[in-house]
Design a protein around this ligand. Structure first.
Ligand code: ZN
Length: 268
C-alpha cells in the first residue's frame, strides 16, 4: 500500500462494521471524524492510539493490520483503539490537504502537527507551562479539538493502561521524571520489548521533553501505565515510503506480537 490516509482508513472501517464496534469520539479541526474501535466486552479496558502525529500514518496501517490478524481478546478485557488521532495531519502530510495555519518552511511529507499547526502530543494538560515554544504545543493546554476528544474518552472509560504509537527509534518510553514510577510500567514495557524487539529507553529526564505529552498526561491523571512506542528502526526509510515498505519498516515479524502481548499482560 502506497499511502494510508483517512480515506483508506474509512474503507477498512467499512469492512469491519458488524464485527467491531465503530464510533466517533469527536472531530478534527477540519471536521474529520475521530474514530474509536472497540473489540471485546470485558471489564478491563485497554487503549491503543495511533497517528497523533501526521507524518506517522504507518502507525494507523499497523493497528489495522494488527486487528485483522487478532485472534481473540481475553474474556475479561475490552480493547479500544483510536486508529487515527490526527486525521488532518495525516492528510496534510500526504499532500491531500493544507493546514489552516501555515508553518514557515512547509514540507508536506514532514508535517506532524494538526491543521492549526499545533503538536497534539505537546498539547495535553500536564506541566504545560514547561512546554518549550519549539515543540509547538499551543497557547493553552487542550486548546485543540483532537486533544479534548482524547481526554474525554480517557475520563469516560478509565482505561487500565494505554499505548501511544509513534515511528522513530524502535524503542519504548515507559517513564518520565515528572511522574516517576507508575505501578507495572516497567513490567509491561519489558514484556512488549522482549516479544517485539524494541529497546527500552531510560526514563525521560527533562521537563521540556515530557511536558504536554499524551502518555505523560495519562500517567499523571490516572497513575497507570502509558507507553510511547516507536515502531520503526531503520532511519533510512523516509516517512513517505514507510507504508509501501510496511513489513520491513515496522519489523512485522516481531512487532505483529504487539497486540497479543499487550492484551495478555494480566497485571493491568
Ligand atoms: Zn510521533
Amino acid at each position: 500500500m502506497k499511502n494510508y490516509g483517512f480515506s483508506e482508513l474509512e474503507k477498512d472501517l467499512e469492512k469491519l462494521r458488524g464485527k467491531t464496534e465503530v464510533s466517533v469520539i469527536g472531530r478534527s479541526a477540519l471536521g474529520r471524524e475521530l474514530f474509536l474501535l472497540k473489540i471485546g466486552s470485558g471489564r478491563k479496558k485497554k487503549l491503543i492510539l495511533s497517528s497523533i502525529h501526521g507524518r506517522e500514518q504507518v502507525t494507523s496501517l499497523f493497528v489495522m493490520k494488527s486487528i485483522s490478524q487478532l485472534e481473540k481478546v481475553p474474556e475479561d478485557t475490552s480493547l479500544f483503539i483510536v486508529p487515527m488521532a490526527n486525521p488532518d495531519g495525516v492528510e496534510i502530510s500526504l499532500g491531500r490537504d493544507v493546514p489552516l495555519v501555515m508553518p514557515k518552511d512547509f514540507k508536506p511529507c514532514l508535517f506532524k502537527n494538526n491543521a492549526n499547526n499545533i503538536n497534539l502530543n505537546a498539547n495535553f494538560p500536564y506541566c504545560f507551562e514547561k512546554v518549550p515554544k519549539w515543540r509547538q504545543g499551543g497557547e493553552t493546554p487542550a486548546c485543540e479539538k483532537e486533544t479534548q476528544a482524547i481526554i474525554s474518552l480517557c475520563e469516560k472509560e478509565k482505561f487500565s493502561s494505554c499505548l501511544s504509537l509513534h515511528v522513530r527509534g524502535s524503542c519504548i518510553f515507559f517513564r518520565d521524571w515528572g511522574n516517576a514510577q507508575v505501578e507495572h510500567d516497567f513490567a509491561l514495557a519489558k514484556s512488549i520489548s522482549d516479544k517485539c524487539g524494541f529497546d527500552l529507553v531510560a526514563p525521560t529526564k527533562k521537563a521540556e521533553d515530557y511536558s504536554g505529552g499524551f502518555e505523560n498526561w495519562f500517567r499523571y491523571r490516572f497513575c497507570r501505565p502509558a507507553l510511547c512506542i516507536e515502531l520503526v528502526k531503520d532511519e533510512v526509510i523516509p516517512y513517505s515510503e514507510m507504508c509501501e515498505d510496511f513489513f520491513r519498516a515496522v519489523n512485522w515479524d516481531k512487532t505483529k506480537n504487539l497486540f497479543s502481548t499487550y492484551l495478555n499482560f494480566h497485571k493491568i
